[in-house]
Design a binder for this molecule. Structure first.
Ligand SMILES: C[S@@+](CC[C@H](N)C(=O)[O-])C[C@H]1O[C@@H](n2cnc3c(N)ncnc32)[C@H](O)[C@@H]1O
Length: 316
């Protein structure tokens, strides 16, 4: 498979699945190595086909230009079906979770995917669960999720549900959330009550950008994830120690995956380096009220403007 990726895209796939710089000892101990597979290749091939269709790309550009005066980028993707994403295949997912597919029983199992977008990533978990629940703040994305048969919960009230889940996921939401500390606290409460694991993924190095803010129009979150350093490896270490541990989550293991986005006239696909963490809620040492995740308050001085999601895409 590495050969195919190299041949088609001139890529060395191991660069997508391994950090470029040295990991801390702790991050190394928890590292789970993923690798490219057929579904990754199929997504890239399909993306390449769409990107090279001049007629389709022209229609798309004109459509986006008109719609962007009224709608957010996420809403436009929800309406048009543009900007499909790929993070993992069913096989990569089951390996990461050590699911034995031949003996796995999906009957009665429930997964909740927070900030599910158009459900592209969610769809790869569907074979493992009977019921799929999702949340979204984009109204257009909510429609798409409902049309796929998912139960769409209120994005601001989901933590008050009585449903017990077998897995809760938040793919690429933490750095897009208006309140990362609230999200971590809600994740802990519901996963602890459900006695289930949590998967959180995010693009590293961290770059916050809030597109949907129920508290106003700011694109900044109310608090920042407490990560230091500049590299992917630095941020993996600080996510484990400063963010997840402080939020009473043990990192069971983590992996690096390419977060791929369908291409356009300029590139056959786009790639972002994602870190995917499998978390287990642990009993807090102090009382839950004191165990607030460690995040930095938003400074009053102006900070560098966070990059918009598209601007962080790395060309293939
Ligand atoms: C970067 S996209 C990730 C989509 C999908 N999970 C993926 O990995 O491709 C972030 C999504 O989270 C949604 N979102 C942002 N804040 C949210 C919130 N507080 N609750 C639910 N969804 C939210 C956005 O509308 C957007 O679709």
């Amino acid at each position: 498979m590495t050969f195919q990726l190299e041949r088609t895209y001139g890529l060395r796939a191991e660069n997508w699945y391994r950090p470029e710089t040295n990991l801390s000892q702790l991050a190394q101990q928890k590292f789970f190595s993923s690798e490219a597979d057929n579904q990754t290749q199929m997504f890239l091939d399909n993306s390449n086909k769409i990107a090279s269709n001049f007629f389709w790309q022209t229609v798309r550009n004109i459509g986006v230009m008109i719609l962007s005066s009224v709608y957010t980028k996420t809403d436009i993707n929800g309406m048009t079906g543009f900007g499909n994403m790929f993070l993992f295949s069913e096989n990569q997912f089951s390996k990461f979770l050590t699911i034995e597919r031949s003996s796995w029983v999906s009957s009665g199992k429930k997964v909740l995917d927070l900030g599910a977008g158009n459900g592209d990533i969610t769809e790869h978990m569907r074979p493992f669960f009977d019921d799929v629940y999702a949340t979204e703040l984009s109204p257009k994305m909510r429609k798409r999720l409902a049309s796929k048969g998912y139960t769409v919960l209120d994005a601001l009230e989901w933590a008050n549900t009585d449903v017990k889940f077998d897995l809760i996921t938040a793919f690429n939401l933490l750095d897009r959330h208006y309140s990362p500390s609230k999200l971590l606290q809600d994740l802990w409460n519901v996963s602890h009550r459900s006695n289930c694991h949590v998967i959180v993924s995010l693009v590293l190095p961290v770059s916050h950008y809030v597109e949907f803010n129920p508290n106003g129009s700011s694109t900044r979150p109310d608090s920042y994830l407490n990560v230091q350093g500049r590299t992917y490896a630095d941020h993996v270490h600080h996510m484990i120690v400063n963010v997840f541990k402080a939020a009473n989550f043990e990192v069971v293991r983590w992996t690096r995956l390419p977060y791929l986005c369908e291409g356009d006239m300029n590139n056959s696909a786009y790639y972002l380096p994602d870190a995917v963490f499998l978390l287990k809620p642990i009993a807090p040492k102090s009382t839950p009220a004191q165990a607030t995740p460690k995040v930095s308050e938003v400074p009053e001085d102006p900070i560098p403007v966070p990059q918009a999601p598209t601007a962080t895409h790395t060309e293939l």
